[in-house]
Every structure is written in C-alpha cells, then in structure tokens.
Design a protein around this ligand. Structure first.
Ligand code: FNR
Length: 361
C-alpha cells in the first residue's frame, strides 16, 4: 500500500497488518477473553447519533484544547503503549516526533524501549507525559518521579487496570534486537525478556498489586499533576478526586485486560457526572474516526487518546506515519465539527449526541 492511498485509520490498520511480523501484529491486536470489550469499544460509538445544529458560522474552526494547563492543537493525544521498537527501529523517539509535529501530547510508557530522557530530547517542543509503574521501594518511585520531572515531563499517569503481568511464555522468547526497558530497570536484569527469571526480576522491583495508598503517596511526592488511567467506576473517580488526582482517564486498556467491562464511551457520562468538574476527564478505546472524537467530547471528555492507531502509523513509516494518523483524525474532526455546527471545541455540547435507544432502535 503506498502512502498516498492511506486516507483513513482503517487503511493504516490494513497496512500495519501487512507490514508487521505475525507475532508483533498479534501482540498489538491482542484482546482479553473473547474480545467482547474490544469489539464493544468500536461498536458503541456507532450507537450514539449526532444531532447537528446548522446555519452557524463554522467557516473558521479551532480544534485546540487545554489539557492540564497545556494547549494542544488537537483534542487527540497518544496513549501509552509498550515496545514501539516492534513497529519501527526509531521506536518511541519516532512516536514522540509525530505527536510533537501535531502539537499534541504523548504518554510515554514505562514499557518503552527508549529512555524517557532520550524521548524528551528527540522531540524538544513536544508535550511529554509519563506513565509510571508502581514500584515496591518508595525510594525507587521517588527517583523515577524526579527523573521524569528533570527531563521535562509535565504529568504522571498511573495505570490502575493492569495488576497482573503477562505470564512467561505469553510473548515470544527471541527478537531480532535486545528488548530493554530503561524506564523500569536502572540496571538491566541478566536474563532475557520473556523468561521466568526475567519476570522474577520484574516482580522484585515492580509492585503488581497497587492500592489507593500508593496513589496517595505518588500525589504527595511529585509536583506534577497525577492522572489515573483505567477508571470505569464513578466511585473510584470520586475517590481519586478526593486524593488530589487531576485527571480521570476512562479506559478499559483497549479491551486487553478484563473482558466483559463496558465500552468506554458508554461509561463516560457516568464518570463525568461523578467527577462533577473537579478534575479533567479523558477517554480512550476504539477511537478510529473524527466523529468518534466528536462524540466523546460531546459526552464530556476533554481529550481522547489513541493506542493501536498510533502503532499502525508508526509501523507504516515512523514519525511521519504517526503524524499522518493524527492529521487524518484532525481533518475528520474539523469536517465533522463544521457539519455539526461547532466552530470551536467548547461548542461541542452534550445536546449534540443522542443514544440510539432514545429512538427505540
Ligand atoms: C497498551 N495499553 C497500555 N496501557 C498502559 O497503561 N500501559 C501500557 O504499557 C500499555 N501497553 C499497551 C500495549 C499495546 C500493544 C496496546 C495495544 C495497548 C493500553 C493503551 O494505553 C490504551 O488504553 C488502548 O490501546 C486504547 O485502545 P485503542 O485505541 O487501542 O483501541
């Protein structure tokens, strides 16, 4: 598939499937259980219908938004995903460059194959956020937080929906390059990634089962705003806000963790009500078109994140591919805003969206 023919996120998905090695494609596409939640993330967007307002002046559209005090040109940012080296030799450096070229944010994963310092240096004008694992040793956590602060990261994301590490054997044992995680290990373990011994080294360092006390500790020990990723319960959202969390990120991990949880877009309005304006609310899971973005914003998300689509762009042609994926979503959003009667993001209101069940469909 030539670059010129890729005009939708679906095209990038097809291209990535053709380009990526089988084991990488299946790792990126993996879903939990029967894939019910993964499918529902995609299908749920279609259950919401748009009620446009016409005859408003939409000749000039502004897609910019402020997230945690930083202005982004688009309300679409990059979700944390592991091992970008699988998709492209420039790995996370390329993803960060693609995001920076669109003046949007990227959450760097702890499971990044490049160090957080290298990523920040590769995209100096970028908006850098860091998804940090929980560690058993608080001194270690403090050092990680200080590293992120020193390197210019402007928020800490804590993922709360992934308490279990993959079992050994879940991923292939050998790769055409050495898999390293410089944001997890200060010193590389002596065993190869994927082995039981490697997993043991991880478990000695990383806290598999974190609790609210760990969140409180992080909030109290960094000057950066903290975002909780993986929130699906209004009660958890309220508990987070009470503990000083600044961003509530509605996610089901792209359907990769607990199968049977609802689609994120279906949960979003409940979370927005529970948070009651006391924190920003974000969403990911199944965002594939500009109208998906529009619907999520109408239902109260301040911005959305993309996981797999960014990896598909990266697989296609590195930084440029990531930028193209973001450009497509921006263009589709801008067109959808024009047709819906919205000149700017604050014009996107809940009345723009109706659930199909309201029509008895
Ligand atoms: C993820 N996701 C993820 N989330 C997280 O908090 N930390 C991580 O390291 C990873 N790693 C990861 C790897 C891969 C290959 C995928 C596909 C996903 C979940 C990710 O941040 C996000 O929640 C989903 O990908 C969003 O769904 P879509 O956009 O992929 O449908």
């Amino acid at each position: 598939m030539s670059v010129a023919t890729l005009t939708s996120i679906a095209d990038f998905e097809k291209s990535a499937q053709e380009k990526l090695l089988d084991y990488v494609w299946s790792y990126y596409s993996k879903t939990a259980g029967t894939g019910q939640t993964y499918q529902d993330n995609l299908e749920a967007f279609r259950r919401y219908r748009l009620i446009p307002r016409n005859l408003r002046d939409v000749s000039i559209r502004d897609t910019s938004v402020t997230v945690l005090g930083t202005k982004l040109d688009i309300p679409v940012a990059i979700a944390p995903t592991a091992i970008h080296r699988f998709a492209h030799p420039d790995a996370e450096l390329a993803t960060a460059k693609g995001a920076a070229a669109m003046n949007t944010g990227m959450v760097l994963s702890s499971w990044s194959t490049r160090s957080l310092e290298e990523v920040a240096e590769a995209a100096p004008g970028g908006v850098h956020w860091f998804y940090m694992l929980f560690f058993n040793d608080r001194g270690y956590v403090k050092r990680q937080l200080e590293r992120a602060e020193r390197a210019g990261y402007s928020a800490i994301f804590l993922t709360i929906d992934q308490p279990l590490f993959p079992k050994p054997g879940a991923s292939p044992r050998s790769y055409p390059f050495t898999v390293r995680f410089p944001n997890i290990f200060e010193t590389d373990p002596p065993h190869a990634f994927g082995t039981a011994e490697y997993r043991q080294s991880l478990l000695e360092l990383v806290k598999e089962y974190a609790t609210w006390e760990d969140v409180e500790w992080v909030v109290a020990n960094t000057r950066l705003p903290v975002v909780l990723k993986g929130v699906l319960s209004g009660e958890d959202a309220k508990m987070a806000v009470d503990r000083g969390v600044k961003g509530i990120y509605v996610s089901n991990h792209g359907g990769r963790e607990l199968d049977g949880v609802p689609a994120t877009i279906d949960v979003l309005p409940h979370i927005v009500r529970a948070v009651d304006g006391k924190a920003e609310v974000y969403l990911d899971g199944g965002v594939r078109t500009g109208t998906d973005v529009l619907k999520a914003l109408a239902l109260g998300a301040r911005c959305v994140f993309i996981g797999r689509p960014a990896l598909w762009g990266l697989a296609h042609n590195g930084a440029e591919g990531v930028q193209q994926v973001l450009q497509i979503l921006t263009e589709e959003l801008s067109q959808a805003m024009a047709r819906a009667g919205c000149a700017k993001i604050s014009d996107i209101q809940p009345s723009l969206v109706v659930h199909q069940s309201c029509y008895g469909i």
